[in-house]
Write a protein that binds this ligand. Sequence first.
Ligand SMILES: [Zn+2]
Length: 248
Amino acid sequence: MRYEQAKKYWEQQSELMKKIRAGGMAEYVKTIPNLAQGFTLADRWLRCIDEGTAGGVHMAGSGILLGVEAAAGAARAAGATTITSHEECGAAKLYAKEKGLDEEKSDTYGQEFARDLAKKLGVNYCHLPLSEMARPAGLHVARVAYYDGTGKFDPARVPELPAGFVISRRYLKPDYARRECEIAISIALGHHGFGELFTEDTPFILVVVGDPKEKMFSLGSLRTEVEEIARAHGGRVAVDAFVSPVQK
Ligand SMILES: [Zn+2]
């Protein structure tokens, strides 16, 4: 039953993904009239990289793997105004596992962390249940992860773009951003994601979103970072890229 559900969500996106794979992301986004809409954030809430928690700025589990001090630094840089936690958080699960804690209670640890971080920053805290998330319970439907060099990208604001994890590389150190990429890949390729449906012919795609003005966050420099990550996954992870439209 679970496989059938996954297959259904996979097939819903197959035509779109074929189109993207055929000409590449840079060509595909030229056909989207309102692409600029994806670069105007509706808020600056800190949300997980989970494709179900769209909008604002992102850190896996709101930074739970970094700890409060380092997460606070990144959240300040990102201008986060509210810190969120969410139901079924894979990053909180990983945290519980790494700390030898009860994995069944991982969402509780995620909530505690987000609450502590909000307190540290003097901003609001908000928990997002599955009913307020943009994915089905128990299944990650992302076929891509966006590696965002602009810090203001929200694919959910552009219906023509595939849903995906969002890694706010703009506000993260490269080695930690790499870790978030690995988390997204392990979720997508694992049993909470599309798993075996990702193959060399239909890979999970790391999509670099380059900044047209900042060399440090340009398509070229970020592409080098993610290519190294993708290489380790034997063809089941591919890299694609496009540049944000220049804002007037
Ligand atoms: Zn999460």
